[in-house]
Design a protein around this ligand. Sequence first.
Ligand SMILES: *Cc1c(COP(=O)(O)O)cnc(C)c1O
Length: 398
Amino acid sequence: MTMSDLTQCVVTPRVATKGFDPVGVGIHRASTIVFEDAAAYASRGARGEAGYSYGLYGTPTTRTLEEKLTRLEQGTRTFLTPSGQAANALAAMAFLEKGQHILLADTVYPPMRDFALNDLARMGVEVAFFDPTDLEDLKARIRPETRMIWCESPGSTTMELMDIPAAADLAHKAGALLGVDNTWATPLNLKPLTLGADIVIEALTKYVAGHSDVLMGSITVRDPDLAKPLKDMIGRMGIGASPDDASLVLRGLETLGVRMRHSGEVAYRFAERLVGHPMIDQVLLPGLAGTQGYDLFKRDFLGNSGVFTLTFPDKSAANVFAALDHFCVFAIGASWGGTRSLAAPMPVRANRTATQWQGPDVTLRLSIGLEDENELWDDLQRFLDALASPSVRTDAAE
Ligand SMILES: *Cc1c(COP(=O)(O)O)cnc(C)c1O
């Protein structure tokens, strides 16, 4: 059929793709997917898990990222979400109903705490918290209605480690699911599904994407039976992930291993050198000898990441905010896991109910990026000097 120019502008000819095998993953954008004939359209529902029917339900780009994550997590199925927090919220919501009970580690990512207290509670789900360092506390809080235990190990900011296999055992004996937010470790350094967890989420936004320019999350399940309720609910809610964003995450994932190793090693060296500093109370980095959960770390983790937290004694706590302005290389900002090193002051007390935060209510979370190690260390010294005498401006702070 011959076509006028106007039609040719719209109807795109097919060129050969056979033999074109780039290393990277193509960006396939689509809402509409066209069908070869009316029968194919009518039977699109029968295309199954691997088929395509509409952009919202997956494109080759998003499916490639899901497949890579499924393999790294050693699960059976992964779903992408528009952010890490969306992964947290959807993973819990898909498996909970009115009258059921969720137990969350007291140290979970604060927006997950808010989601549970506001939205799950509004749905009629009973919400309670437990001390992730005390399995007896967890055990005592499990009820016949408990359907989910949700944790993060290490805990957000304060880095408490939890015994995931033991918690999985308690959950399963009670007929509950164990979900783990694995953002700190990434699937390279901890594989919760191999330790008994049923669901693992990642804020891909952080280390996996790695460049502070994209938001995405993932939910991976171990048991194939958990995939369908999740997939159906995500679809009904109209939640999908952008192929452009997925391609950024796929690119970041290629360098995840070297970035994590570098940031983790520098963070470890810094943490070791900061222990005992007179202006610092505790250095919270999982894997640092003498810290809570050291044995769990050695048993379960394959490495540490570049995010750690400082706590302060009374004499320096009041100076933390003023001292932050002395940083020249570290940027001040939320999130972490990018190439740029970040410092973020974090209060803790208001986000704890099952445990009590001791000491001044200011911590400093540091994310070690890819800048020169010596320059980062010098920058930390400027901050520490300013903690001791905040009124003395160094020339570097100009
Ligand atoms: C940042 C973060 C999230 C949320 O990720 P977003 O993509 O920013 O929504 C979830 N869990 C943890 C532990 C995080 O640090």
